[in-house]
Design a protein around this ligand. Structure first.
Ligand SMILES: [Zn+2]
Ligand SMILES: [Zn+2]
Length: 415
């Protein structure tokens, strides 16, 4: 096998400084200020024939370009490559349309994790940590080089669930891996895994990953790049800014590249502007009540139309939904507005501290404003349920989830 020879041993100081600058700039949004930025959509998890995929790197990049993605991370298994990320130097790993990230799937018998950086980096310490079965050392080595560490499919029961403790340097949890119903059959289990960490005060970003292995063989009928799509609000369309957006939780996930985007925002200072976005924290207000807004945004629109209709569910229906399972699907089916397309009938759900808090039957792209009592330490996140635009057999595999947001957090009051 050809030796890797062209990469520098680590991220250069200039690149590291750029990453840090983007990270610091992204923290500058304060309540009341409008923040410039752009939503970038992409896929953070895919495999080529350098590991166990069926297609060459160039074919995956071409597919990502065809789908109109903004960013893409090829994450071949480190075990298949014996710790040498040859896919990064493949001549096909280049694009003038996409922002390409430099990724690898850290693949051990007790758990998988994706790592991403804005530039090629030294994988040797991560490979050493792989052989030591040491995810904490892996995550620390990734941070040392300015990248991110994300636990993959933690509740996957067929292949490889996460069985280690969650390292302190963990940045993300892949809450949506490929088909939401299969192979993990565990949407709720993954959310419990993530919510337990959030309840411990860990502000870990939820991301999605298609885990695409096949563009040609039969599995390509079920998996495609950007199913799901991870949307990242970035200050600009660069690798550094996209990674900073992920780190800061400015992320929402949709089932595919042409499905709606779902957002949760908070008006922290009562001026009618919902300036606190997902991943951010609002200080506990003096009257302990905060205004929030949910928005369903069509993928080709910048703003949500206001013509949609929403009806809030009563407490009995909420109690019933808390039992979970097929009740969500049944509730989606009950949304029988005659003049709205089936794929625009939604159940919009808000979770407070991991527990279903409010829900609305909703038609069309719309916004819902509501207020909620809050106290420091709370977090709110949202999910949009509905009928994904796909044939029935595929829908059974994907489930009824349209989109999942990251949380907004409540900090102690400003003294
Ligand atoms: Zn994996
Ligand atoms: Zn994978």
């Amino acid at each position: 096998m050809e030796k890797l020879k062209t990469f520098k041993p680590a991220m250069t100081p200039a690149i590291r400084m750029l990453f840090c600058l983007a990270f610091l700039l992204s923290l500058c949004g304060q309540p009341g200020t409008a923040r410039a930025g752009v939503w970038c959509r992409g896929d953070l998890h895919a495999h080529s024939n350098y590991s166990d995929g069926d297609s060459p790197v160039a074919a995956l990049v071409a597919e990502a370009e065809r789908l109109g993605l903004d960013f893409f991370a090829l994450t071949d298994h480190d075990g298949s490559l014996k710790g040498v990320p040859l896919h990064w130097s493949d001549p096909g790993y280049t694009s003038d349309k996409l922002v390409l990230l430099y990724g690898m799937e850290w693949t051990t018998i007790s758990g998988h994790a994706n790592v991403w950086a804005a530039a090629p980096f030294d994988y040797a310490p991560l490979w050493q940590a792989h052989r030591n079965h040491d995810p904490a050392a892996t995550a620390a080595a990734m941070h040392e080089q300015g990248g991110l560490f994300s636990i993959n499919h933690p509740e996957e029961f067929v292949i490889c669930p996460w069985q280690y403790p969650v390292p302190e340097d963990t940045d993300c949890i892949e809450v949506w891996n490929a088909l939401y119903s299969l192979p993990s059959m565990s949407r709720m289990a993954v959310h419990v895994f993530w919510d337990n960490l959030l309840q411990d005060g860990r502000r870990l970003t939820a991301v999605g990953g298609s885990d695409t292995h096949h563009l040609k063989k039969v599995f390509s009928l079920f998996y495609d790049l950007a199913m799901p799509t991870t949307w990242v609000w970035a200050q600009e369309r660069t690798a550094e800014a996209i990674l900073a957006g992920i780190k800061n939780g400015h992320v929402t996930i949709s089932y595919s590249v042409d499905s709606p985007r779902f957002e949760l925002a908070v008006d922290a200072d009562g001026d009618g502007q919902f300036e606190i976005m997902m991943g951010d924290a609002a200080p506990e207000p003096s009257d302990a009540e905060l205004s929030m807004k949910l928005s369903v945004i069509a993928p080709d629109n910048e703003t949500a139309p206001t013509s949609g209709i929403a009806r809030e569910l009563g407490s009995e229906e909420i109690q019933a939904l808390r039992k979970g399972g097929n009740l969500f699907a049944n509730s989606v089916k009950k949304n029988k507005s005659s003049n709205i397309r089936r794929d625009e009938r939604y159940l919009a759900c808000v979770y407070k501290n991991g527990r279903l808090y409010k829900a609305w039957r909703m038609n069309g792209a719309a916004s819902i404003a509501f207020s909620a009592p809050v106290q420091a330490g709370d977090y709110f996140r949202a999910e949009l349920m509905g009928l994904p635009k796909m044939p029935l057999p595929l829908r059974l595999l994907y489930g009824y989830t349209i989109a999942v947001t990251n949380p907004v957090y409540i900090d102690p009051p400003i003294q």
